[in-house]
Write a protein that binds this ligand. Structure first.
Ligand code: AMP
Ligand code: ZN
Length: 503
């Protein structure tokens, strides 16, 4: 185990050493998306940084079990349990059923995650699969006196807790001032901070999905789903709970309240929150202005992994402002990085390594392990690079320092085979698809897959230009350069002769 990870914990408001509970296994829970619309790139910032955290824990030697819910019921327009159900809103907008909407946007979310190299959590559980688990938990909360029925709904009674705001700095007064414009007073609540566990009476009578319960036909509140789904798959203690910063209150505050009341003990040790991505107007939105999605970025010609790199360049605990200018800069940096990796020699040595590993019964190893097992790799150097990367990332998941280690490694005196192995090693965590992008770049430059007619045209023109230059006909040589440029081919004279590449 190489774990010296220091992580900011929202619960203690301190950076502290991350120590999981049992035998090095990390139980990790992530609040999943509400699948009523596409995820915006702000949502995806949270999932990218959580993915880095998960992969870094694995990289450090932990066995991680990660669970994520899919919110397909219960999340109302306001996080404070008022307004229409977001799923129903989505269904109305698109004239589809709630389940059709849920399926469509769950698939869309998974596709976006795949494009961003976000690993699918070990368990992905839609809330609508777990209604009986929610009902059971609410029953126990009722029995223990932590919940009450009023006006047809079941509420959690926050007055029963010694401390409710364990995660946030909020206090009852601040809340009373009214933090959200859309919050309507729910007169059924005994205290302002009480929240709904089960709805049977909503102003919106046309709620599509409803289930039988001891309190009448209805549907669960949003907060209960994360507590119950986490416990269903990870048991009664949790090492790490993640989400965007907006989840701290009320969602995670309520999760802690109900989970610990149900369990009778502390539930989760570390709370990891990602600060928001904002656009230049302020908050990222699905309804106003440019609805920034991965597909929109692709339409505008950006490779999705450039957005991942954009996120990795800044710390997860700092707000990040999205602009196309900033993304353009990252696109250039990503291209240069890939070009640098593409220029690393690999020769036949990789094949030797591959053969050695396969002979050892190591076929099917991850690319990083395969490259590292290459006998030509300087293992001492590789270990040194690994230690530098661990040290950088151990400082509260400092991904921009992790990237700096990558750049420094490429600049170092190490040999190319060792550098390639180090790229693969770092990319187990960074997941920027660097070696694959480098291979693609090399193929494109060598003209693989290019039209044979164009290839022989390029060769003929380069030969013709060589003759023109020999004859000191520089005007003709320049004209040939222009002719090739018109076909998207750039040429460069080097000591080894004229080389070309696609522009
Ligand atoms: P939702 O689909 O609204 O339940 O949100 C999915 C995840 O995205 C949650 O973890 C939110 O906290 C997070 N999130 C929402 N808005 C942003 C944002 N602008 N930047 C980063 N994360 C966000
Ligand atoms: Zn949640």
């Amino acid at each position: 185990m190489e774990n010296n990870l220091n992580l900011y914990n929202t619960l203690t408001k301190k950076v502290e050493r991350f120590v999981p509970g049992e035998d090095g296994k990390v139980k990790m829970y992530t609040c999943g998306p509400t699948v009523y619309h596409y995820a915006h790139i702000g949502n995806l910032r949270s999932y990218i940084m959580e993915d880095v955290l998960e992969k870094f824990l694995r990289f450090s030697g932990y066995d991680v079990k990660r669970v994520m819910n899919i919110t397909d019921v219960g999340h109302l327009s306001s996080d404070a349990d008022t307004g229409e159900d977001k799923m129903l809103k989505g269904a109305k907008r698109e004239h589809k059923t709630v389940m059709e909407i849920a399926k469509f946007y769950t698939d869309a979310f998974m596709k976006d995650c795949a494009k961003l190299n976000i690993r699918t959590p070990d368990v992905v559980e839609p809330a609508t699969n777990c209604i009986s688990d929610f009902i059971h938990m609410i029953e126990v909360l009722m029995e223990k006196g932590y919940a009450y029925q009023a006006g047809g709904n079941v509420y959690f009674d926050t007055s029963k807790l010694e401390e409710y705001y364990v995660l946030s700095n909020q206090n009852a007064e601040e809340l009373a001032v009214g933090v959200r414009e859309s919050v309507e007073e729910d007169t059924n609540k005994r205290s302002k901070t009480d929240f709904v566990l089960w709805f049977t009476k909503s102003k919106f009578e046309d709620q599509e999905l409803k289930w039988e319960s001891p309190w009448g036909v209805g549907y669960p509140g949003w907060h209960i789903e994360c507590s119950a789904i986490s416990m269903k798959h990870l048991g009664g203690t949790l090492d790490l709970h993640c989400g965007g910063i907006d989840n701290v209150f009320p969602h995670h505050t309520n999760e802690i309240a109900q989970s610990e009341s149900y369990l009778g003990h502390k539930w989760c040790n570390y709370w990891f929150h990602v600060l928001h991505l904002n656009d230049s107007t302020g908050k990222m939105s699905k309804s106003k202005g440019d609805f920034l999605t991965v597909s929109l970025l692709e339409e505008k010609g950006y490779e999705p992994l450039v957005y991942r790199m954009f996120c990795l360049q800044s710390h997860y605990r700092k707000p990040l402002v999205f602009t196309y200018e900033a993304l353009d800069n990252v696109a250039v940096a990503y291209g240069k990085l890939v070009a640098r990796i593409a220029a690393l020699g690999q020769g036949k040595v990789t094949q030797t390594g591959k053969d050695a590993v396969e002979k050892d019964g190591g076929a099917g190893l991850e690319e990083g392990a395969l490259l590292a097992a290459n006998p030509a790799v300087d293992q001492e150097k590789l270990t040194e690079f690994r230690a530098q990367f661990l040290e950088a990332m151990n400082g509260d998941l400092n991904t921009s320092s992790g990237l700096t280690v990558l750049y420094d490694m490429l600049k170092s005196e190490a040999d190319d085979v060792t550098k390639r192995a180090a790229v693969a090693m770092f990319d187990e965590v960074l997941s920027l698809g660097l070696l694959a992008a480098a291979e693609r770049m090399k193929e494109e430059k060598s003209g693989a897959g290019m039209d044979a007619e164009l290839l022989s045209f390029i060769e003929a023109k380069i030969a013709e230009r060589k003759e023109a230059k020999k004859a000191k006909d520089f005007a003709r040589a320049d004209a040939i350069r222009e002719e090739l440029a018109a076909k998207g081919i750039a040429i460069k004279d080097t000591r080894e002769g004229t080389v070309w590449e696609k522009m």
